[in-house]
Design a protein around this ligand. Structure first.
Ligand SMILES: [Mn+2]
Length: 314
């Protein structure tokens, strides 16, 4: 089986259709499929873009027919929490904190789908709850944001259909929270107190997303700007305190290849980040950026030649 791993779609259904066609999928009988291939969606179908309902219809129909599989993205996880009451008068993902930041991020999904089509939206939320947190495909690891073997093991048999697990995963400080946070959102380390800069959505940041996929042999002195995610803007050149990196040893050269999304990498020509790590999120939610796929044919060493992409329309 050949796997086509497709990056964060964020409601860009037209670009998704073009990318599937480019990869060789045919649209017939109401669904896309390609014999001998399976599309692997990396999560983050919803929020931001113009055709969220259409995106979900394409993705879910393919999954239902075995033409695709998918892992859960942080936007779907957040949506589940946003629409689940916490029993204390708010929701597992608060509707009110931070000047409505959570509502702002989720606005397009509410407007396009949850508000006009509440029954259909409820069906999708139930579907999200059963999606896996990661996949292992005969030597390829697939996860939305970052691979962590210990946390993957911890959530392997778990599902958000388990109400207790769901509630614990939304409670800071629990192992369930840590596991979902790392697999679906990726590790962050605290920035020096003297440093200040807004994140990609304009919110003040106190932490830096860590380029966890970089192998980290040879010493323990690393600068923030060395281990920052590409495109994050200027990060300080101070040395990171050793204890902040202890839990995140980097992704060693000998590990199985891993493919993930989530990081909005800036690039006109997508390429692997290392021999065994590739990101397929090139920020289609931003004007001028791309929807990207990586076709995996069983190789241990990932190659730039296996990327395909379509530019964002409009
Ligand atoms: Mn994401």
């Amino acid at each position: 089986m050949v796997y086509d791993i497709i990056g964060d779609i964020h409601g860009h259904a037209d670009e998704l259709s073009l990318l599937l066609a480019k990869l060789g999928y045919r649209y017939e009988g109401g669904k896309y499929f390609q014999p001998g291939h399976q599309a692997i969606f990396i999560g983050d179908f919803i929020d931001r873009g113009p055709k969220i309902r259409e995106t979900l219809a394409i993705v879910r129909t393919m999954v239902m027919h075995g033409a695709a599989r998918t892992v859960l993205g942080n936007h779907e996880y957040n949506a589940i929490c946003y629409h689940t009451e916490d029993g204390k008068g708010d929701f597992l993902r608060s509707h009110t904190v931070g000047d409505g930041k959570n509502t702002k991020q989720h606005q397009q999904t509410i407007k396009q789908l949850a508000f006009p089509h509440p029954g259909e939206w409820r069906m999708y939320l139930d579907w999200f709850k059963g999606l896996p947190f990661f996949l292992e495909l005969n030597g390829l690891r697939v996860v939305h944001a970052s691979w962590d073997s210990e946390f993957a093991e911890f959530v392997r048999e778990r599902s958000l259909n388990d109400t207790e697990f769901l509630h614990r995963s939304a409670t800071k400080g629990s192992k369930e929270f840590e596991a979902i946070d790392k697999l679906l959102k990726g590790p962050e380390i605290p920035l020096p107190l003297t440093f200040s800069a807004p994140d990609s959505e304009g919110f003040e940041r106190t932490e830096m997303r860590l380029a966890w996929w970089k192998p980290r042999s040879g010493g323990n002195r690393f600068r923030y700007d060395e281990l920052a995610v590409p495109g994050e803007g200027n990060m300080p050149s101070d040395i990171i305190p050793v204890e902040d990196l202890k839990r995140w040893p980097g992704y060693a050269n000998g590990e199985e290849p891993v493919i993930f999304g989530h990081y909005w990498l800036p690039a006109d020509a997508p390429a692997p980040l290392s021999a065994n790590a590739a990101c397929v999120d090139f920020g289609v939610a931003k004007p001028g950026w791309r929807l990207v796929a990586y076709t995996w044919r069983g190789e241990r060493t990932l190659t730039a030649e296996h990327f395909a992409n379509v530019p964002r329309i409009g």
